[in-house]
Ligand binder design. Structure first.
Ligand SMILES: Nc1nc2c([nH]c(=O)n2[C@H]2C[C@H](O)[C@@H](COP(=O)(O)OP(=O)(O)OP(=O)(O)O)O2)c(=O)[nH]1
Ligand SMILES: [Mg+2]
Length: 148
């Protein structure tokens, strides 16, 4: 039997699982929106996919629509989120389970209401931005789906 190695998970530890829904908004040129986490929050200065924690009783798509309204000032219909992939990553104090959805349609212009900055990046350029460690495996899925 081959040995499987996944440095992202710590199965020997008991960690609370935190469900976070995140979106890759894709513009007409195939670029993806990323957002810089603000000072004062964990992982400040790293670039992430907008989104946030799913609250008890919420489905992930509704949580994501709520978070994008709060964070970016846009309206996205929950039915417009297409599942792309997900991150499963053990941090020191919790285990992140984060579905990443694609979205091509929204109402309004994005604004950095919570973030330090916003950037539209080509999928091949995403790796140049420092991102949370959980996000690294998602970049290949974006390149595969969207092209370079
Ligand atoms: N939104 C988002 N969170 C990510 C990404 N990668 C990653 O490790 N995370 C982590 C950071 C946080 O520990 C957690 C989600 O946090 P968040 O700060 O977006 O949560 P939230 O919007 O609900 O904000 P808050 O209630 O904590 O203030 O997931 C990502 O690409 N996008
Ligand atoms: Mg957030």
């Amino acid at each position: 039997m081959s040995v499987c190695v996944n440095p992202h998970i710590a199965p020997e530890r008991r960690l609370d699982v935190v469900l976070v829904a995140a979106a890759a908004l894709v513009d007409a040129d195939g670029r993806v929106l990323i957002a810089e986490r603000p000072q004062g929050k964990a992982m400040a200065g790293l670039w992430e996919f907008p989104g946030g924690k799913v609250e008890p009783g919420e489905i992930p798509e509704a949580a994501l629509a709520r978070e994008l309204a709060e964070e970016l000032g846009i309206e996205v219909a929950p039915a417009c989120f297409t599942p792309l992939s997900f991150a499963s990553h053990s941090y020191d104090d919790f285990h992140l389970l984060m579905p990443l959805y694609l979205a091509y349609r929204w109402e309004g212009a994005v604004r950095a209401l919570h973030h330090a900055d916003l950037a539209w990046a080509r999928p091949r350029d995403l790796a140049r931005y420092p991102m949370p460690p959980a996000d690294a495996p998602l970049l290949a899925a974006l390149r595969d789906r969207l092209g370079a």
